[in-house]
Design a protein around this ligand. Structure first.
Ligand SMILES: C[S@@+](CC[C@H](N)C(=O)[O-])C[C@H]1O[C@@H](n2cnc3c(N)ncnc32)[C@H](O)[C@@H]1O
Length: 200
């Protein structure tokens, strides 16, 4: 499935939306940590920055990454955040390299768009980049999702999600499985795992 032509429509459709509940929960967890890690986050598949803006506004240094140049252009044009501590990169998940000792990796509704041949390496990069005690938050798509028919996307069974989360203490895991619509109004069956997890 070629999603690339649709991303600009997507950015227009979600413009101005508030941060994802997974990020909000991860930040709530961070606020309760007895020995908080430095405020350094990576926002993978940042889109036009709904989550990056929240992180910046809460005093985090953010490396925001997206494969689509238009996403980064839109994020850099935002006027509702201080971009002093923002670094951006146009990079595809299939070639992702991350810095070490990241305290939070946020990946909202983006990892399933990685080609399955590259997903194991992408996940390994995420796990390795996180500091011990750092958090991952975001979504994985389940094998009952209607986009699971696309061979270039990555979907996971319930058991596979649990395997991926072995290096983590799971703080929140919620499964959604129901018919619905995309933000562009197309019919779609959603099978989503919402995850907040802390690296051991
Ligand atoms: C559904 S949007 C989510 C954007 C934002 N995180 C949000 O929650 O609104 C998915 C984002 O992932 C990016 N993306 C999709 N496939 C990618 C890939 N293979 N490598 C890097 N980014 C990719 C798209 O450009 C898009 O901005």
């Amino acid at each position: 499935m070629d999603f690339e032509p649709k991303w600009i429509q997507y950015y227009q459709a979600v413009e101005g939306r508030s941060p994802r509940p997974t990020l909000v929960k991860a930040l709530e967890g961070y606020a309760q940590d007895a020995h908080p890690l430095p405020r350094f986050a990576v926002d993978l598949g940042c889109g036009d920055g709904r989550d990056t803006v929240e992180l910046l506004n809460q005093g985090w240094r953010v490396l925001a990454i997206d494969g689509e140049p238009e996403a980064i252009t839109r994020l850099r044009q935002r006027d509702n955040c201080d971009r002093t501590y923002l670094e951006t990169r146009v990079q595809r998940f299939e070639d992702l390299t991350l810095p070490p000792e990241v305290s939070l990796i946020n990946a909202s509704f983006c990892l399933p768009f990685c080609h399955p041949d590259h997903f194991p390496q992408l996940w390994e990069e995420i796990v390795l980049a996180l500091a011990s005690g750092g958090r991952f938050c975001g979504q994985l798509f389940g094998d009952q999702d209607s986009w699971a028919v696309y061979a270039d996307m990555t979907h996971h069974s319930h058991d596979q999600v649990h395997d991926l989360l072995t290096p983590f203490i799971v703080e929140w895991l919620e499964e959604e499985n129901h018919p619905g619509k995309t933000v562009l109004g197309e019919d779609k069956h959603w099978h989503i795992f919402h995850v907040v997890a802390r690296k051991r």
